[in-house]
Design a protein around this ligand. Sequence first.
Ligand SMILES: Nc1nc2c(ncn2[C@@H]2O[C@H](COP(=O)(O)OP(=O)(O)OP(=O)(O)O)[C@@H](O)[C@H]2O)c(=O)[nH]1
Ligand SMILES: [Mg+2]
Length: 408
Amino acid sequence: MEKGVICYLAQEEEEEEIEYDLQELKELLRNVDIETVATVVQRRLPDPHYLLGPGKITEVKELVEREKIQAVVFNRELSPRQVQALEDFFGPEVAVWDRTQVILEIFRRRAQSREGKIQVELARLTYLYPRLYGLGGTLSRLGGGVGTRGPGETKLEVLRRALRRRITELRRELEEVRASRDLLRRHRQRSGIPVVSLVGYTNAGKSTLLNALAGEGKEVLAEDRLFATLDPVSRRVILPSGRVFLLTDTVGFIKDLPPKLKEAFKATLEELETADLLLHVIDLTSPYLDEQQRAVESLLEELGLAEKPILKVYNKVDRYTGILPADGVVISALKKINLDQLLHQIEARLFPEEEMELFLPFTSLGKLEKWRERVRVVAEEYGSEGVKVTVRGRPEDLARLRVQVAGQ
Ligand SMILES: Nc1nc2c(ncn2[C@@H]2O[C@H](COP(=O)(O)OP(=O)(O)OP(=O)(O)O)[C@@H](O)[C@H]2O)c(=O)[nH]1
Ligand SMILES: [Mg+2]
């Protein structure tokens, strides 16, 4: 682990929000092997050179030297000029990061599939492009691969051109990958299997739930790290009734996702458009449960998905002792608690019940008995020759009932 200091520039933020942001940024940093040993908060207008004020940033530098800190991390996106100025200020031994860069680095480490890798590289290059002033530490730290060093106008121009070319190339590749995925998706739609997508804040337990529902031998990566999942993964899940649906995992959401990343991950989130049902997985034990829930909801809204049927799934009840929420389903994906109820709810939403009216002569009334488990009688109206019953159940059960019991 490297040592890092977080520099937080606050303006309107309340104390509570600052605390939340700091926690989250610390968590993000843990994912790139940086341990936060100090945080510095300043409330002021952004300084054009150093983001924080000159006095404050000097204090930070003293701290960095005293504590032998290797990384200085800012909560806001730095402009190209600020990166340059800060790198000059702290010297070559110290890495200067902003939040976007941290998230990019996490994504880079996690990307597995072809599509995920392309998306991440695109996002990195797009982030990097305007920052190609000189060639400070940023470029080499971000991996480069487009040249090694050498300031000077011409070299810079060459580099920019190379970058532009690479970006165009990657966009084309991404189109290809997407096209083949569309094909896959169309196959799926034709097969008529309903699709359920897991959404939720990072670390809520989506991948764990996917594993728990899909059964043995088909595990996807689940670990106690943010953004464990970068690529959508689908598994077949069998309902108690024997019906099947596809369950799709997605990358975890996060508050204030940098716009560039949002664009880069569009393909992942596009997957959600074809979902018949979204399972919004919520970590009951998170002290930021409300913020996280809101972050997910507003992102869904931005993506035009707010109208989709959504089932809230409150997870990690095994570690929770507070008041249980009144809506949704409460489960533990890890300890497999209440998963049957969850499946039941999924089934009810994917295959809604219908109502049917039947006329039964008194002599046939007994036949209804053996159907009690599959359909429910919701109304009865007695006449002189028989009963008019209203039953609820799944469409195919109702159809069979009509034939067998009533012969109608
Ligand atoms: N105690 C407890 N821990 C859980 C439960 N479900 C998941 N976890 C833990 O929470 C952590 C995150 O789980 P993941 O399934 O990777 O979370 P995720 O939502 O897929 O995270 P991202 O892929 O980063 O978005 C892991 O350490 C899991 O073991 C649960 O029901 N109870
Ligand atoms: Mg996951």
